[in-house]
Design a protein around this ligand. Structure first.
Ligand SMILES: [Fe+2]
Ligand SMILES: [Fe+2]
Length: 113
């Protein structure tokens, strides 16, 4: 598997774990920060490989960041919507990046750090 895709996969797993354990305000902040960090990493990766659906994909990220921000700021904010979005986005939308990468035959060395 491509090296940076492994990082993205690990970040997805960490986000899933953190989301399952959101209790306090600081948990919310930590989840939000990790989410933004992940999205920035994934967007840089898409730029590095020249992913053609970059604009559409990032607009989905930016939409959910705004939703997540308002949920995190409300101490009674419900994360159910975020969980269903996270599941669909990582299982479907993000996998389009990997499928495109594998079909495009870009050598792994061209986007290693
Ligand atoms: Fe992702
Ligand atoms: Fe994504």
């Amino acid at each position: 598997m491509h090296e940076k895709w492994k990082v993205i996969n690990d970040q997805h797993e960490e986000l899933f774990y953190l989301l399952q354990h959101v209790v306090s305000i600081s948990d919310r902040r930590r989840f939000f920060d990790k989410f933004v960090e992940h999205v920035q990493f994934e967007e840089q990766f898409m730029r590095d490989i020249g992913f053609p659906d970059y604009e559409v994909h990032t607009s989905r990220h930016h939409y959910i960041i705004e939703r997540l921000k308002s949920i995190c700021e409300d101490k009674h904010g419900n994360f159910d919507y975020i969980e269903s979005w996270r599941y669909h986005h990582t299982q479907v939308t993000d996998t389009h990046i990997l499928t495109w990468l594998e079909d495009s035959n870009i050598p792994d060395t061209s986007y290693k750090p």
